[in-house]
Design a protein around this ligand. Structure first.
Ligand code: S3P
Length: 479
């Protein structure tokens, strides 16, 4: 009864570029159209030093929350409406895959996304391979959804995603009954055969990973009985918050110092109206840029401040950064505030490794802040950074050194001797950004705070999470 597998990739629909009315002229000029054409040549760019960053900006919607809104909307019966969805390539890859499995997903002219779901258990056999681009979150969470449906899916991705470890989700999902044929090292391309009914499991996370937690919980949605995930170290909790919001029976308790999540399967999800807060991981580039560039004062509106994501703010404040929270409120079940960030002299810091999960995507830009601080900064316990979109410890060590920073790379972190506020010399040759959006944007920030500017080898990866980044940077710099 093996379903037939076709290999034609599922294409994403082209969205309108992200824009806010105030920024339209700049964005119309600059925003890249999506999806980017990855067969085209790399787009190198020199990020030059700038004057003060000023004004009020908004960053695009949270990537993690955007993926989950589409996925849970696709499993609810009826219409889910999402405002502020991130229209970056990663999220569009999720939308494309869910459409291929039967959900109706449309962007209205107002910018609201409308999703008509198929119901829990209702995902259909896709006609072609699911093309995941650069997106680990799409891949791992969708592998969870597919695991408890009687369908067969092939997942493919770009050169970066094809090197990332999938064994961490293959293992628990196999125990639930899914079957996998993966490329060597448990990588993509891989084929997954889901099972229905699947078997509920209890899974203690061997690595602190919200993606693995979410994959198991999403598989548990269409699985009779109780699925339990035990987190020795808490990770971002958007899946839990949103599952509850859609009406699933989910409980979180503390047992022996561990976080235990219990989900009752065969859930019926009720469609929701979702407002996605601004992504703190995208705001991070502007926060660090404003702290580093003399004279800057920037207000970043509507930034998500979920405590499981707010580690960077704590560390930057510890370094002496002036970051005020204004108008703290709740948006879409998540804490949000406007941030006022002022240029501040920064001191080196030893980052508590326990904070790592709450700022896991922000280390590349923190390394840039450390490179301009006074004194030494030490980070440790960051082995996970080696298996992100790139090996972020190696990539940032090499890139910052090329820009003139003093960096020691250790097995589990970087040690950086800061300049004490002096700009970095900058680069002559382009830095290698390794298909990693966060390396590109971090080195863009380094370029603003340098003498000669920083040349990056390719800006196309920015479109995976922050298509309007360059336009917004020019806007805040008054260029
Ligand atoms: C994410 C979880 C994190 C993070 C990624 C998004 C998510 O990955 O790095 O960018 O949306 O669940 P891990 O769970 O692998 O740490």
């Amino acid at each position: 009864m093996a379903a037939r597998l076709a290999t034609a990739p599922v294409r994403c629909q082209k969205p309108a570029p992200f824009a806010s009315p105030r920024l339209k002229p700049a964005l119309a000029r600059k925003a890249p159209s999506l999806p980017a054409d990855h067969s085209a040549a790399p787009l190198p760019h020199r990020f030059r030093p700038t004057g003060a960053l000023m004004g009020r900006i908004r960053v695009p919607g949270d990537k993690s929350i955007s993926h989950r809104s589409l996925m849970l909307g696709a499993l609810a019966v009826g219409e889910t409406r999402v405002m502020g969805l991130l229209e970056g390539e990663d999220v569009l890859a999720t939308a494309g895959a869910l459409r291929a499995m039967g959900a109706t997903i449309k962007r209205e002219d107002s910018g609201v996304w409308s999703i008509h779901g198929v119901g829990v258990g209702g995902l259909l056999q896709p006609a072609g391979a699911l093309e995941m681009g650069n997106s680990g979150t799409s891949t791992r969470l969708l592998m969870g959804l597919v695991a408890s449906h009687p369908i067969i899916c092939t997942f493919t991705g770009d050169a970066s995603l094809s090197q990332r470890p999938m064994g961490r989700v293959i293992e628990p999902l196999s125990r639930m009954g899914a079957d996998f044929t993966a490329s060597p090292g448990d990588t993509l391309p891989l084929m997954e055969r889901g099972l229905s009914p699947a078997v509920p499991i209890e899974w203690r996370l061997p690595v602190a990973s919200a993606q693995v937690k979410s994959a198991v919980l999403l598989a548990g949605l269409n699985t009779a009985g109780i699925t339990r995930v035990i987190e020795p170290v808490p990770t971002r909790d958007h899946t839990e918050r949103m599952l509850r919001g859609f009406g699933a029976e989910l409980n979180v308790t503390q047992e022996n110092g561990e976080r235990v999540i219990t989900l009752t399967g065969e859930a019926e999800l009720r469609p929701q109206a979702i407002v996605v807060p601004g992504d703190p991981s995208s705001a991070a580039f502007f926060i660090v840029a404003a702290l580093l560039v003399p004279g800057s004062e920037l207000i970043i509106e509507n930034v998500g401040l979920n405590p499981t994501r707010a580690g960077l703010l704590a560390v930057l404040r510890q370094m002496g950064g002036s970051i005020e929270e204004l108008d703290a409120r709740e948006v879409g079940g998540e804490p949000v505030a406007d941030l006022r960030v002022r240029h501040s002299p920064l001191s080196g810091v030893e980052v508590d490794p326990a904070l790592a999960p709450s700022m896991i995507d922000e280390f590349p830009v923190l390394f840039v802040a450390a490179a301009l601080a006074s004194g030494r900064s030490i980070t440790s316990g960051l082995e996970e950074l080696r298996v992100k979109e790139s090996d972020r410890l190696a990539a940032m060590a090499a890139a910052l050194r090329l820009a003139g920073a003093r960096v020691e790379e250790r097995a589990d972190g970087l040690v950086i001797e800061g300049t004490g506020g002096e700009p970095l010399p900058g680069t002559q040759e382009p830095v290698a950004t390794r298909l990693d959006h966060r390396i590109v944007m971090s080195m863009a920030v380094a370029g603003l705070a340098s003498r000669a500017g920083v040349e990056v080898d390719d800006t196309r990866p920015i479109a995976t999470s922050f298509p309007a980044f360059e336009a917004l940077l020019d806007h805040t710099a008054g260029r």
